[in-house]
Design a protein around this ligand. Sequence first.
Ligand code: 13P
Length: 243
Amino acid sequence: MPRKLAAGNWKMNGLEQDVSVIKTLAERHAQAGIDVLICPPATMISACAGHGIAVGGQDCHAAVSGAHTGDISAEMLADAGATHVITGHSERRADHGETDADIAAKSQAAYRAGLKAVICIGETLGQREAGTTLEIIDGQLAGSVPDDATAENTVIAYEPVWAIGTGKVPTLEQIGEVHAHIRQSLVARFGDGAGFTLLYGGSVKGSNAAEIFAVAEVNGALVGGASLTADDFSPIVTALEQA
Ligand code: 13P
C-alpha cells in the first residue's frame, strides 16, 4: 500500500517567524498515522527541521557542488535537515525552462543524497483543451522519472498547471482518470509501481480535501496556498488521516 502524504509547498513565502507554523503542525500532527511534509524556502530548512514534521527543498541542482552561483545541491538540502525535495514543479519548468531531462537529473541527485524526490507533472489548460493530457503525462513520466525510481525514493505529484493557485479544481472524474493512468504506467514500468505515493495538487483546501482523497489512487496532496498557515493546512492533514 502506498504511504499517505500531506505535503505543503510554501514556494517563495516564509520568514524565520513562520517556523511557528511548523511547531503548531507538529503539536497537532506529529503522531498522525500519515507522513506530513513542509517544503519551506531553502533559507528556512534548518530552522524548520527537527520539530517532528518532515522538511523538504523546493528544487535542487543536479551536481554535488561547483561553480553554480545561487544554486543549492541535494547534499546541501540533506545537510540542512531536509528529507525530501520537490523536482519539476511547473513553476520551475515555466520560470526556469527546466526540461524533463533536467528534472530526471535533479531527481537522481536527490537519490544520491538520500532524499525522496517529489516529482511534479501536469498539463496546461491548452493541452487539456486539446485533449492531449494523458500523452503529456506519459511524456513527463518517461522523461522526468529516472529508471532507478522506487516507491521508497520517489513520490509523483499530479498538478494540472491550470489548477495551481487559481481556485479551479478538475472534476473528481478528471483527477481519477489521470491518477489511474499514472498508476498503470508506474506498474508497467517498475516492479514496485503499486507502492508509489501519488499526490494531487492544485487549489486543494480544507473544504475540498476529503472528496479529493476519496478518489481512487490519490494518496495525498501537494498544497500551495493552503499550507501557509497551520489553521488552513491542519484540516487537510486530518482529512487525509481519515480517508
Ligand atoms: P495551490 O495549492 O496554491 O494551488 O498550489 C499548488 C502547488 O503548486 C503546490 O506545489
